[in-house]
Design a protein around this ligand. Structure first.
Ligand SMILES: [Zn+2]
Length: 280
């Protein structure tokens, strides 16, 4: 390894933020606060341990994911309920908001729409912040546990990874074979999961989630949503995943309707204004 003489000077260059977010359309958190005070539950789904379930949320409604029986991590997929091609874009959400998202952050959709699908309106784990290891909750870095990586690293055929749970749940919801449903499953929001990158090697790590029964993460649906949530086989993700070893618990998803009068100034953000000619 040849280190150049000005190595320290090159390393000392100050970073700049790739995507300054000052020009993003800002969510009106005061409006959401007023709407939250009027919520009435219209539906609920309990996601069994090591399984996934789907749910739909009309634009202008809220949904809430709660820990109910014990510390449990959830892997969330979101689609435009009217067009499955428009789905959550974990990578761009990470580029805009950072590695972990919380109240006031948004879940952005894939190209060519690139618009807010959901806005986080409450996070009972907001107090956690960042710990001494660089860990935080609700990451958009960890893709989802899947049987392919498991097979690569350990061999075997484990069928209750979040990827497979989400695939089965979507196939059931749409009434299509799993082979047709699988390509719609995408990188997730890791709800309640506590993760980061190690300081020395930059490797993705997980640690026991700080979530406890009663904690919840709440979202406002900016468009009509189809959601799928998997109760990860890793449980609180303190030791292992991709196996039946961890203690797992169900998760609760509630759909909540606000008084429409509180949202009279709210509009769905239109799809991206880029003309899509790509220079041709
Ligand atoms: Zn998982």
């Amino acid at each position: 390894m040849n280190t150049p003489p000005d190595a320290e000077a090159r390393r000392a260059v100050k970073p700049v933020i790739c995507y300054p977010v000052e020009t993003l359309p800002a969510p009106d958190m005061d409006m959401f606060g007023a709407a939250r005070a009027t919520l009435i539950k219209t539906d609920e789904v309990v996601v069994p341990p090591r399984e996934a379930a789907t749910f739909t949320v009309p634009a202008g409604h809220f949904f809430r994911i709660s820990s109910i029986e014990g510390p449990q991590v959830g892997d969330l997929n979101l689609w435009n309920a009217n067009n499955l091609e428009e789905r959550f874009y974990s990578g761009k959400t990470r580029a805009l908001h950072g590695t972990h998202i919380t109240r006031g952050h948004r879940m952005w959709s894939a190209f060519p729409a690139l618009r807010p699908m959901a806005t986080i309106t409450h996070d009972s784990l907001e107090w956690y912040g960042k710990d001494e290891f660089g860990g935080s909750v609700h990451d958009v870095i960890g893709t989802r546990c899947d049987p392919y990586t498991h097979n690569l690293l350990s061999g075997g055929h484990y069928h209750h990874c979040c990827h497979s749970n989400l695939t089965r749940a979507l196939a059931d919801h749409l009434g299509i074979p799993v082979a047709e449903a699988e390509p719609h499953v995408h990188d997730v929001l890791n709800v309640f999961m506590c993760t980061g990158f190690t300081h020395d090697t930059g490797q993705y790590f997980m640690k026991a989630s700080p979530v406890r029964p009663g904690d919840y993460l709440e979202f406002f649906a900016e468009i009509n949503l189809l959601g799928a949530l998997s109760a990860c086989p890793g449980g609180d993700c303190s030791t292992a995943h991709s196996s039946d070893h961890a203690q797992c618990y169900p998760l609760l998803v509630e759909i909540l309707k606000p008084d429409p009068a509180t949202l009279k100034n709210w509009r769905s953000v239109p799809a991206s204004g880029y003309d899509r000619s790509h220079g041709t």
